[in-house]
Design a protein around this ligand. Structure first.
Ligand code: FES
Length: 143
């Protein structure tokens, strides 16, 4: 087992470059989300991006109550009134703008934010130390 001197930081892999998700026009206001594969803390997971109040919001597709995916149909995250992200399992409701739980069994929890931005007519997500791109062979087509 390698030893690291106390004064040396552990080696950290550099963050991956921004990842293009789709054209900006592919995300309609309060419409279907783009769902995509990531590696979150070294485990396969999925994330999603949607447009809400004109902005792209992006979160890990994982409920705070039980670590299961939220969407009730692929890419369908919003309630019928298109005001909240709703967990399909037990009905936790989250504020799409900031991911905070606003009702249901998610308590004071919050969805895991995935940094994202729009530029040059496209939507990009920004890998972090915790959330990285999935290997290309493991990436199914987005919905
Ligand atoms: S799993 Fe989401 S509310 Fe229970």
């Amino acid at each position: 087992m390698p030893e690291f001197p106390m004064s040396s930081p552990l080696p950290v892999a550099p963050a991956a470059p921004p990842q293009r998700l789709c054209a900006s026009t592919d995300l309609a206001e309060k419409g279907l989300a783009i769902v995509f594969d990531v590696i979150h803390y070294r485990e396969p997971a999925r994330a999603f991006a949607m447009r809400f109040d004109g902005k792209v919001v992006c979160y890990l597709n994982r409920c705070v109550h039980v670590p299961t995916e939220l969407d009730w149909q692929p890419g369908e995250f919003l309630d019928s009134g298109k005001e909240f992200i709703l967990c399909s399992i037990h009905g936790a409701a989250y504020d799409p703008g900031n991911g905070r739980c606003i009702g249901g069994p998610c308590g004071s929890g919050k969805l895991t934010l995935i940094p994202a931005e729009e530029r040059d007519g496209a939507v990009w997500w920004l890998p972090t130390a915790a959330t990285r791109p999935a290997p290309p062979s493991a990436t199914p087509s987005v919905v």
